[in-house]
Design a protein around this ligand. Structure first.
Ligand SMILES: [Zn+2]
Length: 207
């Protein structure tokens, strides 16, 4: 993890009405390693090194909340851990600091994906094989707003299904080979039972 930028705001700023320190981080390879994936060895060692973290409520607003965030589901990302460590170190130094916020600096990994050398050609689906698309949307059911604007918070549904306003950019997945998972983010496509059941159905498709 690298600190790319550090600013100290001594008065009101975009981030708070009181003095704050702002760090911009590059998690590097650790982007793929949430605390859930790092496992309890990491969390236990952190708890031992900084016992005061046990008092941090984080989003649960009660002691133990931050440890709960680190341990449950996929856990939390290391920028958020750094935030709590920074707060705790200031507490140990005698400052009464409780405020902290961690925000994504935007999608970095997906920004420059190309599948051809030039990166600007339109690539159609491969011919001679069946192509399928699974897409996720956080919306609980079909609605224009959910699909157009929200998608799964990263990708609008049309884009996930290869649809584009300009015909040459569109990937033509047949209707019966498209599936939409409602109420889920795209990473959840990896472990939702209904996705596997759809894959199973498709695999039995003789056409
Ligand atoms: Zn927190």
């Amino acid at each position: 993890m690298r600190i790319l930028d550090r600013s100290v705001y001594v008065g009101p700023s975009l981030y708070a009405h009181f003095p704050v320190i702002r760090l911009e981080l590059d998690l590097g390879d650790l982007e793929a390693w949430s605390t859930g994936r790092l496992g309890s060895g990491f969390v236990d060692a952190l708890a031992e090194a900084l016992p005061g973290l046990a008092e941090h409520g984080c989003s649960y607003r009660e002691p133990g909340g931050f440890f709960r965030r680190m341990r449950e589901d996929e856990g939390t990302w290391l920028g958020h851990v750094l935030e709590h460590v920074a707060i705790e170190l200031q507490n140990i130094a005698g400052e009464e600091v409780t405020f902290g916020k961690t925000r994504s600096a935007g999608i970095t990994d997906l920004r420059h994906g190309t599948i051809t050398k030039g990166g600007h050609e339109h690539v159609a689906l491969p011919s001679g094989m069946k192509c399928y698309a699974l897409a996720a949307t956080l919306g609980a059911r079909r609605s224009l707003l959910n699909e157009r604007l929200i998608g799964d918070g990263l990708v609008p549904l049309d884009s996930a299904l290869g649809r584009h306003g300009k015909a040459p950019h569109t990937l033509h997945f047949p209707k019966d080979r498209q599936w939409i998972g409602y109420g889920m983010g795209h990473l959840e496509l990896l472990n939702r039972p209904e996705v596997y059941s759809q894959l199973h159905t498709w695999m039995q498709d003789p056409g």
